[in-house]
Design a protein around this ligand. Sequence first.
Ligand SMILES: *Cc1c(COP(=O)(O)O)cnc(C)c1O
Length: 379
Amino acid sequence: MSLIELANVGIQKLQPYVPGKSEADIQRELGLTEVIKLASNENPLGPSEKVKQAVTSALSDAHRYPDGAAVLLRDQVAALHQKESIKAEQITFGNGSSEILDLALRVFVGEGDEVIFSDHAFALYPLLTQASGATARPIPALPVESPMPYGHDLAGFLSAITKKTRLIFIANPNNPTGTWLNKDALYKFIQQVPENIIIVLDEAYYDYATSLENDYPNASAWLNEFPNLIVTRTFSKAYGLASFRVGYGLSSIEIADLMNRIRPPFNVNAYGQAAAIAALADSDYMQKSIEQNKRGLQALQVACNKLGLSYLPSAANFITIDFGVDAEKINNALLLDGVIVRSNAGYNLPTTLRVSIGTDTENQRFIDAITQHRTLFGK
Ligand SMILES: *Cc1c(COP(=O)(O)O)cnc(C)c1O
């Protein structure tokens, strides 16, 4: 008897998600000391001092279970979304927003159903869809010549809808492309999707996007109009709390209630809750993070222009650069220099690398490294 045959069908052929390499991995593997990581779209400023203090104080209650309903955090998140008239009961907390993506699939999707998302979209969509036993319907991305190269083709999404379609994933902006959908296009799309199809709108980079693009929508303002919409947000990126694993979904009360039925009761731990509350109150940190990102993104774009390298438009804290040749050799050369970026080979974008925006020093180090290796991409 093979244990693999006992596993659920969707899980039998699943390849696990491979995260970016850590600084420690590269230090160990290559014996390097000065390593920088621009590979996982983390906030380069490190955690805010207020977060560190809040988490330290929370240690004295380490023997207690966390608040399973995250009441204090819920109130603060509801306050953040007050202008969109969102009630506390419309919020579902997850162990990172990734967990909300999974909860949505587990509530609404099963074997025989179809799930729609774009080619080159966030890696968890195909992975979680396959695990659910449903069939993935990847939609070809917009052509590279379009104003939003490799972006989501919403017309393509609409024409792929069938009776079996149960859920649609949209990343706005998308990882790893950085491309985004503007307000009009996204709103019109949601209006045209039948009400019995759940739309999961992943806004992991919301704070960056809204600071970079004027026509970037705040879709949480549409929730009371579309009961089939779930908007996800995270504390992992601009708030600088990736290790704490806190994210949330905003939806109709009905959807929040359904997701809550299968949510593990203590999925967001006490330190994550304390950290998120402190982060929400630290507007200086958010301001600095957004400024750092704007400046860094611009510096990398200027450097690419100088080198004659093309890159995808980005409304996030990373940039996907197209080297026009197999990017693995550039990735390897950078690793030997102690600069970790993300390969996009698994995203079927093999001539590109995704580079997270770092501190000014880190960005300059990346720029110096690619300038030094310019013959590898014929520049
Ligand atoms: C980083 C990221 C997330 C966030 O994941 P968490 O589980 O909240 O850390 C979600 N969606 C996309 C597209 C991302 O890039």
